[in-house]
Write a protein that binds this ligand. Structure first.
Ligand SMILES: *Cc1c(COP(=O)(O)O)cnc(C)c1O
Length: 383
């Protein structure tokens, strides 16, 4: 029986425990496993290489993304580190022009030192991507919606370009999760997640995930996962599995709240610009509607210059000023000095990450309370 997404969230992967009938996957808190004789393992040798609790999460995320092979890591960046280790000196990646700051940092300050370079392109512009493709380009790395400007890239169209030239398409699906968007079904080769965000969902666990369909690619990634060693611990694997069970109900509420708030911000005179792909006037609206089942719950907006954005952050009571996103609680951040501080000021300015930009991760509180809190903080920050 093929399960639909909400059932899959609860029963996908490895459901429960065969040995005892426990409805939850046990936490196999062990580093090693008894061997019954030389070369006679029961399928498990050492927990960096494999752990049953982690394996349950890896199977689950593969099922959810409609992929074949899943891998779990100690953080989103450990996942990204492993994926980038597929490449070698002389290789180049084409990268979306607004991406998670940490992704930019590892490209710019770690992999560049090993001779793996990158080219920043507005990936919502297909012609601009094609123009940059040459022999040295080995992959296109996309976030859609991108962080923090929620720029939408047409994943299916980019997969057409990447495959025409024999390049890999890598998609960071953190902002939408497989509940709203499944990039492998749109032609992506590798899907990456920071499981720290919506998948875990409760701002209590740092984790990362990767899913692929191709067996050779999977073998290489498992080899790299074991070689580099940034694996997710058993307890944290359990927490992410637990978080995923409620992903559907959480995302429904996240999106419902975000749509209300985006419309409210869009009409607010104190706000000079709203970035949210669920608004009909957003440039990404049509593509977003075509490739995903919802626009997610991340909104960015620019406060008018008659308001002091520093004061706005200080005056919030319900919405919390913090890094991260995708938890049940509403969080705001200031990309220019927080999540995207690793990006040089001139690049930030060029792509539109201005100092007045505010990024809001809409939680699942009562939406009226979030709006009331935003309204009073905006009012109190009037210059
Ligand atoms: C947070 C985040 C990451 C990095 O994940 P960590 O779990 O913090 O290491 C990567 N991509 C996106 C889009 C993110 O939001």
């Amino acid at each position: 029986m093929t399960l639909k997404i909400n059932s899959l969230l609860i029963h996908g992967g490895i459901d429960g425990d065969e040995t005892t009938g426990a409805v939850n996957v046990p936490v196999y808190q062990t580093s090693t496993y008894k061997q019954d004789g030389l070369g006679k393992t029961r399928g498990w040798e050492y927990s960096r290489t494999g752990n049953p609790t982690r394996a349950a999460l890896e199977k689950l995320i593969a099922d959810l993304e409609q992929g074949k092979y899943g891998l779990a890591f100690a953080s989103g960046l450990a996942a990204i580190n492993t994926v980038l280790s597929l490449f070698k000196a002389g290789d180049k990646l084409i990268v979306s022009d607004n991406i998670y700051g940490g992704t930019f940092r590892i490209l710019d300050n770690v992999f560049k030192n090993f001779g793996i370079t990158y080219e920043i392109v507005d990936t919502s512009n297909l012609a601009a991507i094609e123009e940059k493709i040459d022999e040295s380009v080995k992959a296109i790395y996309v976030e859609s919606p991108a962080n923090p400007l929620l720029t939408i890239t047409d994943i299916e169209a980019v997969s057409g370009i990447s495959h025409k030239y024999g390049k890999l398409l890598i998609v960071d699906n953190t902002f939408l999760t497989p509940y709203l968007q499944r990039p492998l079904t749109l032609g992506a080769d590798i899907v990456i997640h920071s499981g720290t965000k919506y998948l875990g969902g409760h701002s209590d666990t740092v984790s990362g995930l990767v899913v692929v369909n191709d067996e050779k690619l999977a073998d290489r990634l498992y080899y790299l996962q074991n070689s580099i060693g940034g694996v997710l611990a058993p307890w944290d694997s359990f927490l992410v599995i637990r978080g995923i069970k409620t992903l559907g109900v959480r995302m429904d509420r996240h999106v419902e709240n975000a749509e209300r708030i985006a419309r409210w911000l869009d009409k607010n005179e104190a706000v000079s610009r709203v970035y949210y792909p669920g608004l009909e006037n957003d440039p990404g609206y049509e593509v977003q509607k075509k490739q995903a089942n919802g626009a997610g719950a991340m909104i960015s907006f620019v406060l008018d210059e008659k308001y002091d954005y520093r004061k706005f952050f200080e005056k919030l009571n319900v919405v919390t000023l913090a890094e991260s996103l995708g938890g049940v609680e509403s969080l705001v951040c200031h990309p220019a000095s927080m999540t995207h501080a690793a990006i040089p000021a001139e690049i930030r300015k060029e792509v539109g990450i201005v100092d007045e930009l505010i990024r809001l991760s809409v939680g699942i509180e009562d939406v009226e309370d979030i709006i009331e809190d935003l309204a009073q903080a905006i009012e109190a920050s009037r210059i």
